[in-house]
Design a protein around this ligand. Structure first.
Ligand code: KIV
Ligand code: NA
Length: 277
């Protein structure tokens, strides 16, 4: 399969084929996404939590995100590679936002960037698109402003809340975003919104009516700490499997079972004799 483009995503929406998206943060997770044949890989700023151990997405910056995105690029061939503009990298001005979006393309090989919320973010999206970088929008539960939203909780559960999400989604679409993420909103609100959204819509905790779904790599594989959100489905329990494997290794070192002869290098007897003398 050839490298997916922004246009190919619109094609998937047009044909009704669900779009698959997962996050990745390094070379091995990118290879998993590649070999599993997903359509879109997101280097999410969720990296702050999943791989850097912070309790929000706020502390991660461009420096870290560029390192992670470049590693993901090296592990990917076919999926579209989207990188999250981290908190503080796009809000200040169009120029600042364009500069950081272009760094993801030039320094890490990203195909597109993602930013959160409507309002001034929609203006930033328009500027970045005009500067040549495709932009994905993200509304609903927007982790970068979770503090203002009352924490990591579902959004749009009141008429006013749902209206705000609709306005932000439409503003991002009008700004030229090629796709939109809807996070943690009632399925019925998503259903009402879908007829107004011409661009591909990827949901996470937004019900089944979207054009596709995204999950965080560590959540779906059972590698994340703490209680997962309601929308997470765990398809594996890799943390437990890895603990068991590393624990068995440690046990075998302690009991002398590892390394065995098959893990050990030999030397010709005469060489050893000469060496011993
Ligand atoms: O950072 C992230 O993982 C995301 C997805 C949940 C959409 O933004
Ligand atoms: Na994100």
């Amino acid at each position: 399969r050839a490298r997916l483009t922004v246009g190919a995503l619109a094609q998937l929406k047009a044909t009704g084929m669900p779009i698959t998206m997962v996050t990745a943060y390094d070379f091995p997770s990118a290879r998993v996404a590649e070999d599993a044949d997903v359509d879109v890989v997101l280097v999410g700023d969720s990296a702050a939590m999943t791989v850097l151990g912070h309790d929000s997405t706020l502390p991660v910056g461009m420096t870290e995100m560029l390192v992670l995105a470049a590693a993901v690029r090296r592990g990917l061939r076919t999926p579209l590679l989207v990188a999250d503009l981290p908190f503080g990298s796009y809000e200040r001005s169009d120029e600042h936002a364009i500069g950081n979006a272009q760094r993801f393309v030039k320094e890490a090989g990203a195909d597109a960037v993602k930013l959160e919320r409507g309002g001034t973010s929609a203006d930033r999206a328009r500027a970045i698109v005009a500067a040549g970088v495709p932009v994905m929008g993200h509304v609903g539960l927007t982790p970068q402003t979770a503090g203002q939203l009352g924490g990591f909780r579902a959004q749009g559960r009141t008429a006013a809340g749902a209206t705000r999400i609709a306005e932000e989604a439409l503003a991002l679409q009008e700004s030229g975003c090629f796709a939109l993420v809807l996070e943690a909103i009632p399925a019925a609100v998503t259903e009402q919104l879908m007829p107004y959204l011409r661009i591909p819509v990827i949901g996470i905790g937004a019900g089944p009516a979207t054009d596709g779904q995204v999950l965080v790599f560590h959540d779906l594989l059972g590698m994340s700490a703490g209680t997962p959100a309601r929308f997470v489905k765990r398809y594996a329990d890799l943390h437990e499997q890895m603990v068991r494997a590393v624990g068995t290794y440690a046990e075998e070192v302690r009991t002398g079972k590892y390394p065995g002869p098959e893990h050990t290098y030999g030397i010709a007897p005469e060489e050893l004799t000469a060496f011993a003398e």
